[in-house]
Design a protein around this ligand. Structure first.
Ligand code: SAH
Ligand code: SF4
Ligand code: F3S
Length: 500
């Protein structure tokens, strides 16, 4: 019996007289109710109803999208790859302005589809919806959107769908109007929550690997970052709930888990029975069937010696650490409210490399934070040269209204930022290519993830250190761990061949 089968049994057993107060039973009630509506509609149309869930943000957002897809499937929708569907939901991101621009742009397309198929339902959720000015704009200019909710109440998706369905009306004179057209936008945004609702359906993108939330929210308030405002205060899931979920995933055939949190290193601090992230990892390691463990993201200020030790001795924790630098200048790091300086960061890297020599280090860097001078930028370049990252996400600073940095003086002119960005990218690529080159000729274990998109004679997988490799193989290999010889380095990826 898989995870979703167990939940399905509980949904089937749910009494439909009145919605219960308790979660998740309340959601089982609404899932069952919506399921009946979808079934009737599908019978009427003589075809399945199709839904598409689009993830637009980070790994947390991706995991939330799997939960949304889980609810949609349980309700009776068939998931599709096309946005020309009966139900489309965008799980939005707002970490940088261009994330928001993407949503506004795509809503334009959706409106065109919807004009052709007025029964279509459009829903928006996620981080961007937690911003009041976004909701104002939606109400004023995007009336065709049916449902809007935020980051704190995604567990309530089925209940909100029920409200949307209840709102329908058949427009006068329209011969066939499956589901009709909603009378107005259903909007439900919470500012905060301490609720964590367990045991809802999840539709995983991959059979063999899965993200697992270990905590939600963020308390760090880095001065440029909007995440704490849109994801709320930090709250950890209970270790028993996390371990039970991973045990179930292992039973369902998952061999790799990625533990997710904005700052996994502060996991467990606020629980009634506190536990450290390193202790949690040690427990996850004991779960039979799980062969690889990853985690995201580690804040350098909270990375403990205990964690380094656990990584050093573990055979399951992958040889990869994402350790966001943000800036190499101690002066800028202070203004960013990061609570470490350049020297502390470099010392930490040295300590980790000593304990885990084959570790790949990756990072995030922001260029053009307010007041960043050429000297500050050179400090960043210096750290990049000294560390030699295996890869790095580089971002141009984006002003987020409501964050302290948006009010800071000396915003850096666009052309200066662009020039620094280009120089940084070159340095990052140079260092990464050198690191990758050093692996050429080695035999490494690879978890095969998919058929290569361009060339179906190849499969694509990841090394423990997160490097990507393409090698000849077929779909039987997907989800298996195999040994591969890394033959040719192409900068960000390898070509290889099976080594046994
Ligand atoms: N919790 C993670 C990161 C979440 S956001 C951490 O602390 O590392 C992912 C990355 O987006 C950040 O690491 C940062 O580099 C970048 N980022 C966040 N806010 C930004 C902004 N206003 N402009 C540009 N990049 C930003
Ligand atoms: Fe944003 Fe900082 Fe929290 Fe990461 S740790 S989500 S960068 S505030
Ligand atoms: Fe974006 Fe929200 Fe993740 S703002 S980066 S989707 S936490």
């Amino acid at each position: 019996m898989g995870y979703n089968d167990d939940i399905d049994r509980m949904i089937e057993a749910q009494d439909l007289t009145l919605p219960p107060e308790r979660e998740p039973q309340r959601q089982y009630y609404f899932i069952k109710k919506c399921r009946e509506i979808v079934k009737k509609e599908s019978e009427r149309l003589g075809r399945p109803l199709y839904a598409k869930s689009v993830c637009m943000g980070c790994q947390m957002n991706a995991r939330d999208s799997e939960k949304l897809a889980g609810i949609l499937e349980t309700i009776g929708y068939q998931m599709t790859d096309s946005e020309d569907a009966d139900f489309v939901i965008y799980n939005t991101c707002t970490v940088r302005e261009n994330a928001n621009n993407k949503v506004w742009g795509r809503l334009g397309y959706l409106n065109t589809y919807k004009k052709k198929h007025p029964h279509m339902k459009i829903a928006l959720c996620g981080c961007m919806m937690q911003e009041p000015k976004v909701i104002e704009k939606l109400k004023a200019s995007y009336p065709f959107v049916d449902l809007v909710f935020g980051t704190h109440n995604i567990f309530k998706f089925a209940e909100l769908m029920d409200v949307v369905f209840a709102q329908e009306r058949i427009p006068k004179g329209h011969p066939v109007m499956p589901f009709g057209v909603s009378q107005g936008m259903v909007i439900d945004i919470w500012n905060e929550t301490d609720k964590i609702v367990e045991n809802l359906p999840v539709e995983r993108k991959y059979d063999f690997k899965s993200g697992v939330n270990i905590m939600f929210g963020c308390n760090n308030f880095c001065s440029y970052c909007i995440v704490p405002y849109v994801r709320g205060r930090e709250r950890s899931r209970k270790p028993q709930d996390i371990l039970r979920e991973i045990q179930q995933l292992a039973k369902d055939g998952v061999i790799e888990v990625m533990l997710l949190g904005q700052n996994v290193n502060s996991y467990g601090k606020t629980l009634k029975d506190p536990i450290t992230f390193a202790e949690l990892l040690s427990e996850v390691e004991k779960i039979e069937g799980i062969q690889r463990i990853r985690f995201m993201t580690s804040h350098p200020k909270d990375l403990s010696d205990e964690l380094i030790q656990v990584m050093g001795r573990s055979t399951k924790i992958c040889r990869h650490l994402h350790l966001p630098l943000q800036s190499g200048s101690s002066r800028i790091l202070k203004k960013m409210n990061r609570h470490y300086n350049k020297e502390q960061y470099l010392t930490l890297v040295e300590k980790i490399r000593k304990a885990v020599p084959d570790l790949a280090l990756t990072t995030d860097i922001i260029v053009g934070f307010p007041g960043e001078t050429e000297e500050d930028f050179q400090e960043t370049m210096d750290v990049v040269k000294q560390v030699g990252y295996d890869s790095a996400f580089t971002f141009i600073y984006s002003k987020r209204t409501g964050t302290p940095a948006a009010e800071m003086e000396h915003q850096v002119p666009e052309d200066v930022v662009k020039d620094r960005f280009d120089r940084l990218l070159k340095e990052v690529q140079h260092g990464a290519a050198k690191r990758a080159q050093a692996l050429t000729g080695k035999v490494e274990t690879v978890l095969v993830e998919e058929l290569n998109e361009q060339d179906q004679a190849l499969v694509t997988g990841r090394l423990s250190n997160n490097f990507i490799v393409h090698f000849p193989g077929n779909s039987d290999l997907i989800g298996k761990i195999v040994k591969v010889k890394l033959k040719e380095c192409k900068g960000f990826y390898f070509y290889g061949e099976a080594a046994e």
